[in-house]
Ligand binder design. Structure first.
Ligand SMILES: Cc1cc2nc3c(=O)[nH]c(=O)nc-3n(C[C@H](O)[C@H](O)[C@H](O)COP(=O)(O)OP(=O)(O)OC[C@H]3O[C@@H](n4cnc5c(N)ncnc54)[C@H](O)[C@@H]3O)c2cc1C
Length: 366
């Protein structure tokens, strides 16, 4: 029953799902809007149940070998002196660059890929799902799973407008490449002014550093695909600030074609399926980069969805309900991000001092 499955999105959730569905005997096609795998992004964490998932995929040793080995976060003043450090090393967690994880997951899949294409319409009936593709074709499958991220087209087409499901969490963020001579090896360096953070991410295994920026803001309207507009927004927010290394970081970030900008948003949905269409990963429950749990949830969620489909012998009504029940609690827990945001972006100068003091106390205990 329901053997042919279309997955939209070839990132952490979509690739994991494709792998496990194939292993359970389903026939999988993956459609990815980008022309190739998207390699951008900072480190993402693989921990707890997600570690078991990648281990069963035979990827644990490769993930260990590519792990970033980041030691922690340090907060600096305008003269680049560390005022506090938080050691975040955790033996139960592996951090790997997002692009490295995506490449490893892709390497173990054996499915049909449609790169540079995307779904423009979905019609479902009692026997299957028909999709129109941007390239002009029409294809029919038994089930469709949207793993196409925060701005999921599958969600919009099958469940309704994105505004019904996205909750804005008062900040915008940007990630981009930066000069590797900046920042301390194996530390995430953060510089704050009230409501803003400019940071540098230096992994132990990569020559390149990553810049990132977070700004507290009221909601603004922008096109999430217009990188030129994203750069203008970041320039407006930080461009006048000459303190710390902000000008150098902005220059490097604006030169990066993979410059990545978005609202810090979460996806909250009463259900992750409608008929023969389901969602997984950020498309279903994005907890935001501030959660540090995007990859973990994508790996665990996609694995579980494939397991439930296999256990129900393809009966999507049973499988989708069990998948929802199994993941709901973990997702709710990971969506509690308030503390993380307050640590990274204190709203006031007083808040920053309290944060630094608390970090010094904590490191004194370590
Ligand atoms: C380029 C990039 C950089 C990122 N950087 C970071 C980071 O530094 N730190 C962090 O915590 N998180 C980052 N994320 C988000 C992180 O990958 C997710 O939070 C998490 O891993 C869950 O992954 P996902 O597979 O559900 O979604 P995503 O990783 O967002 O992947 C969604 C995939 O769907 C594709 N897609 C989008 N629209 C369509 C469509 N209409 N049809 C077909 N395919 C489509 C996208 O190209 C992408 O490959 C990044 C995501 C991307 C895409």
């Amino acid at each position: 029953m329901n053997k042919r499955i279309l997955v939209s999105g070839a990132s952490i959730a979509g690739l994991t799902l494709a792998y496990w569905l194939t292993r359970h005997g389903f026939q999988v096609t993956v459609v990815e809007r980008a022309e190739r795998l998207r390699a951008g992004g900072n480190g993402v964490d693989v921990r707890d149940q997600a570690t078991d998932v990648v281990a069963e995929m035979g990827l644990l040793s490769q993930i260990r070998a590519a792990a970033t080995d980041v030691h922690g976060m340090k907060f600096v003043d305008a003269a680049d002196r560390a005022v506090a450090r938080i050691d975040i090393r955790d033996p139960a967690s592996l951090e790997i660059m997002r692009g490295d994880l995506v490449a490893l997951l892709h390497g173990v899949t054996d499915v049909e890929y449609l790169f540079g294409d995307w779904i423009t319409a979905i019609r479902q009936d009692d026997d299957g799902v028909t999709v129109d593709l941007a390239s002009g074709g029409t294809r029919r499958f038994d089930l469709l799973v949207g793993a196409d991220g925060l701005h999921s087209a599958t969600r919009r087409l099958a469940f309704g407008p994105e505004a019904d499901y996205l909750t804005f969490k008062d900040h915008y963020f940007a990630f981009a490449d930066a000069d590797s001579s900046l920042g301390e090896d194996r530390w995430v360096t953060m510089f704050n002014t009230p409501g803003k953070m400019a940071g540098l991410y230096r992994s132990g295994n990569h020559a390149q550093a990553k810049a990132y920026f977070i700004v507290r803001s009221k909601p603004i309207t922008f096109d999430y695909r217009d990188v030129g507009e994203h750069k203008r927004l970041v320039r407006d927010a930080f461009g006048g600030d000459r303190s710390w290394r902000i000008p150098e970081l902005l220059d490097a970030a604006f030169a990066d074609p993979e410059f990545y900008f978005d609202a810090l948003s979460q996806v909250r949905m009463p259900t992750w399926s409608t008929g023969r269409v389901a969602l997984t990963g950020d498309a279903a429950w994005c907890a935001s980069p501030a959660s540090g749990a995007g990859a973990e949830l994508a790996l665990v969620g996609a694995y579980r969805l494939a397991e439930e489909l296999a256990a129900a012998e393809g009966d999507h009504r049973i499988a989708f309900a069990r998948y929802h029940a199994a993941l709901r609690g973990l997702v709710a827990k990971k969506q509690r991000i308030g503390v993380n945001v307050r640590v990274m972006v204190p709203r006031t100068e007083g808040g920053r001092r309290v944060r630094d003091f608390a970090a010094r106390l904590r490191s004194g205990r370590n």
